[in-house]
Design a protein around this ligand. Structure first.
Ligand code: PAJ
Length: 280
């Protein structure tokens, strides 16, 4: 596995390895890799000739009071995991490399960026869209892999790719969970054992909505009320939002339908976790 720290070396490596119509897949990450990330790498390995991954804790997607400084950065362990998954190229740039002095250009996917996590994290999706478009420009992948865990992020990136006519296929991979249902997240390491237990409230609230839907309820207000009731059984977790939206536009739905995205976010102390299910 070749590790590139500069845009120039990564661009040159990608151009040479992707030469001759070889299918190049990109898996963007912020590191602190877990099985969720590895599932994306495996999908990329199965579908592509060349697999590139990036590790970059992107400062522009963190709010001023968020965890940028303490975000875990176990780089040696991460590179070993990537090597073991057969990744060909790792891009691990510095912030200065990705944001040249004086950088004033951003990508803003209007509307979508203010929904779900974008409402509680102003500027977050602008940071995500900006860095992902930069990664696409440097790597020029034919396909890029993202997790359904961040369903709003997938919607924002799909809209960006459509609007900016980027020649990249976007593949969304299923959520990888712990055996008790908690969605894997790099932020789960922040949880105390008590919070780890309480964190299950997120998944339970989604299951409750799903069960009510499967029981025939279609009214979104009533479905979400059942989820909120389930969530509030667990004290110690603060609900940020529980919403039912169209998975592409992220606009709220009045009535549940197959494909509807039910997304939840909650705080355990200062740790914010998210999860979602798609109704079938
Ligand atoms: P990060 O949180 O490191 O996640 C990298 C990718 O792994 C994302 O596409 C995310 O959805 C996926 N992922 C995380 N947990 C997962 C799980 N439990 N199951 C399946 N996939 C999972 O998302 C980001 O980084 C950043 O916003 C990034 C896209 C890299 C831009 O900075």
């Amino acid at each position: 596995m070749r590790v590139c720290e500069t845009v120039a070396t990564m661009r040159a490596e990608c151009a040479s390895l992707g030469y001759g119509g070889r299918r190049l897949g990109l898996v963007p990450t912020m590191g602190a890799l877990h099985e969720g990330h590895l599932s994306l790498l495996r999908a990329a390995r199965a579908q592509c000739d060349v697999v590139a991954a990036s590790i970059f804790v992107n400062p522009t997607q963190f709010g001023p009071q968020e965890d940028l400084a303490k975000y875990p950065r176990p780089f040696a362990r991460d590179s070993e995991l990537l090597r073991a998954e057969g990744v060909d190229l790792l891009f691990a740039p510095s912030a200065d490399e990705m944001y040249p002095t004086g950088a004033v250009t951003h990508v803003n996917v209007e509307g979508l960026s203010e929904r779900l996590c974008g409402r509680s994290r102003p500027g977050h999706f602008r940071g995500v869209a900006t860095v992902v478009s930069k990664l696409f420009h440097v790597v020029q992948p034919g396909v890029a892999f993202f997790g359904q865990k961040d369903a709003a992020q997938v919607a924002v990136i799909r809209a960006m790719v459509r609007d900016l006519l980027l020649p990249v296929e976007i593949v969304a991979c299923p959520i990888v969970r712990e055996s008790d249902g908690l969605a894997l997240s790099s932020r789960n390491v922040y949880l105390s054992s008590e919070q780890r237990r309480q964190a299950l409230a997120l998944f339970r609230s989604l299951l409750r909505v799903q069960e009510a839907y499967e029981g025939g309820e279609r009214d979104a207000t009533r479905l979400l009320a059942a989820g909120v009731e389930e969530f509030s059984r667990e004290t110690g977790v603060r609900l940020d939002f529980l919403e039912m939206v169209n998975p592409e536009s992220l606009e709220p739905l009045e009535f549940a339908q197959p494909g509807a995205l039910v997304a939840v976010a909650g705080f355990l102390g200062s740790t914010r976790l998210i999860d979602n299910v798609v109704l079938s």
